[in-house]
Design a protein around this ligand. Structure first.
Ligand SMILES: C[S@@+](CC[C@H](N)C(=O)[O-])C[C@H]1O[C@@H](n2cnc3c(N)ncnc32)[C@H](O)[C@@H]1O
Length: 224
């Protein structure tokens, strides 16, 4: 089956598991660093409206709404969007990245900021999505992307962009249907953002406060 479809089907199968693990604060790296990092960097830019793409069950949208930001969210999985609607007052839409790229959703932009938190997983879906996002941003608006730190694969001696075997290791046995995901080197991320119409690209590297190891990277950019 198509790798991009595998990703969506896996999220469909694991939506309930995901809701439980997020609601019980079950992912250590999120608890100790990456949640706060993405909230802080978005807040520092003081957007009035934010679109959360691949919003999952809505935890980040809720945090932003609590800071008086008007939030919209989109995700392919109906169960996750239903949960987000329960938690947060906002405009939540079931749609895939392909739908966003084709402008076939009811999303009402433009937005002051767009955030994609650990939700760019495929290859073509990511490429097609990113190049349409400038059209969803207000002039001077920002795109925030948090993702696994590319250097984590240097330790594995596999620092080459491409599809990688995935797993749910560490999240518990109830997770099923691991999928392949598309890895990008730091250089390839920067090139992709640039060729998608973004400029003034910079990034921060949230650390594990104990080990000082990089846990993720957050790219921040504006439209060219
Ligand atoms: C790791 S979760 C992150 C969820 C949320 N951003 C968070 O920080 O908890 C990845 C999310 O991306 C969504 N997703 C992945 N590929 C997608 C696609 N092609 N279209 C729409 N949603 C997608 C999944 O349904 C899932 O909710």
């Amino acid at each position: 089956m198509d790798k991009e479809q595998d990703i969506i089907q896996s999220w469909q199968a694991n939506a309930g598991n995901w809701i439980r693990i997020i609601e019980t604060d079950g992912i250590q790296s999120r608890k100790i660093a990456t949640n706060k990092a993405i909230i802080d960097i978005i807040s520092a830019h003081q957007p009035v409206t934010v679109l959360d793409i691949g919003c999952g069950e809505g935890w980040l949208a809720r945090e932003l709404a609590q800071r008086n930001i008007t939030v919209s969210g989109v995700d392919a999985i109906p169960e996750l969007i239903a949960k987000a609607k329960e938690k947060v007052k906002g405009d939540f839409v079931v749609a895939s990245y392909e739908d966003i790229a084709e402008h076939s959703t009811s999303l009402k932009g433009p937005f002051d900021a767009i955030v994609i938190n650990f939700a760019l997983i495929g290859k073509e879906s990511t490429e097609n999505l990113l190049k349409t996002l400038p059209a969803y941003l207000s002039p001077g608006g920002h795109l925030f992307i948090q993702t696994l730190h590319p250097h984590s694969r240097k330790q594995m001696d596999d620092y080459e962009s491409g599809w990688k075997t995935g797993s749910w290791d560490g999240l518990g046995d109830q997770f099923t249907q691991p999928y392949q995901w598309y890895f990008r080197t730091l250089e390839d991320w920067l090139q992709l953002l640039n060729s998608s119409g973004f400029a003034k690209i910079y990034f921060t590297e949230p650390l594990n406060p104990q080990t000082r190891q990089q846990l993720s990277v957050i790219f921040v950019c504006t439209i060219k």
